[in-house]
Ligand binder design. Sequence first.
Ligand SMILES: [Cu+2]
Length: 191
Amino acid sequence: MRLRHRLTALAAALGVGLALATAGTTAASAHDALDSTDPASGSTVKTLSAVTLTFSADPLGTDGTAVIQVIGPDKKYYETACPDLSGPVASSPVALGAAGTYEVLWRVVSSDGHPISGSSTFSYAPDGSATPAAAGSATPACGPAAAESTGTPAAASDDTGLWIGLGIGAVVLVGVGVGAWALARGRRSDG
Ligand SMILES: [Cu+2]
């Protein structure tokens, strides 16, 4: 009898913990996702007039919340304006400089109201001298100077909700488990 009570309490505690962890996962997955980038991450282009990001839903607002920065091999900024948002597409004009590896940093407000961000790289290999190299700018044309321009994938912040959910679930699981154990122990000493 007593053992069955304890097992029932333990099963209930596990259920509550799992339910909370699952709730956290569901909330996190409501963020919009980046479906594609142009240029594609890791690709090489000969010419480029814009960087375009396509999301799984429409990002919110145009009032400075959407940022795309394009950083050249010389660490200068080569985007020439903030992105235009059109449905799920955010597109920024660029004028690239020297050949080399360029990093794209982006941040938008997901349609669920949460900021999401990420980065990718592409290579620029212009064909001869057909396109004059732009000078770039020491300061970004769009958004604040990037503290995250060292290549740290900001996309990791997408998972914050998931980890908070799992953390809360684990804490509750332990708490309820300890409570159930104490309760079962109390009953045992009563009997
Ligand atoms: Cu979200």
